[in-house]
Ligand binder design. Sequence first.
Ligand code: PLP
Length: 396
Amino acid sequence: MSMNEQMQQAEESILHTYNRFPVVFDHGDGCWLYDTEGKKYLDFAAGIAVNALGYHYPGYDEALKAQIDKLTHISNLYYNEPMSEAGQKLIKASGMSKAFFTNSGTEAIEGALKAARKYAYAKKGHEKYEIIAMNHSFHGRSMGALSVTGNAHYREPFEPLIGGVKFADFNDLDSVKAQITEKTCAILTEVVQGEGGIYPAEQNFLEGLREICTEKDILLIFDEIQCGMGRTGTYFAWQSYGVKPDIMTCAKALGSGVPVGAFVLGEKAAEASLAPGDHGTTYGGNPFVCAAVSKVFDIFEEDHILEHVKELAPYLEEKLDSLVDKYENVAARRGKGFMQGLVITGVPVGTVVSRALENGLLVISAGSDVLRLVPPLIITKEHIDLMTEILEKSLA
Ligand SMILES: *Cc1c(COP(=O)(O)O)cnc(C)c1O
């Protein structure tokens, strides 16, 4: 079947909620993807910041296959080894207290919101329930996560959503303070806004949030779903700021290709929030996905993935900055580590993304005018050089 026929067939049965790019992918290898007609693409999208280890990283497939031969699923009514191993490794990497594995990012947000509400409920009953989230944030598509997503276009058709949510401006401490009341139970923010257009948090913003939250016994929730798992050079982006949340969500690269997320509680939230019966999931943290999580942490440690990101990020930034200097259509660069955005002016960012695809490079957009680069964390200088070359061709 030709690629066109395959696309047509998909449109016949799959609900059209995505305007997909006209390509059908067949397989991957390292940082490369191949379509069904054999054309190869350099991957600087990584399945939207998921495939941190690229494709067929040594040992990863083997770990998954070995787990398939043992057990893929067992209910959360019982213990399984991969989950306890993955849990230990996640707790160690984050320095936090307790983890709950979910199937996705949006479910990690749901769990974090429930944990925050329960923490406040245990102390103050229904008096304290308000959540402050940020404008231009993105936290997922389920009803709770949508309620705290700072994009009216995504929310409006589905209102009324959950109540008690207020929005403040990211990196504007005063705008957060203005929303705080006696009823505030949690403040939620990404550490680097992803979908909103690659905006890293400022140091004093995170420090200010921490101070307010500690003083008023409000839980600070960091969404690390996109910026976490090594993307900015530390396991979690907040670690480079030295500002620790009470609750953290992660997903995307956590399993580097299997559907898994988690919300992770610090000691305070772990001791006084969700209790037996308060939360559950059938699949969440099953042995198959947790074998992947566990292996991902092993590979990160053994192969020094964080060090690699830290070492190579300045080179990526340098190359992207050269595009800002050279092309009128590239107005600015923003980002942290291997989570970078170029602000595109004069042409729709979608046009540049489509031309890059034609030229054999996968990048994605973010916000209305940002070209986003979230490559596998294993890219080399050569990949960065080639990416720059293809982007130049696509911008010309
Ligand atoms: C992708 C993303 C989510 C939602 O994750 P899903 O797995 O798509 O539900 C939430 N928050 C952030 C910051 C994200 O980037």
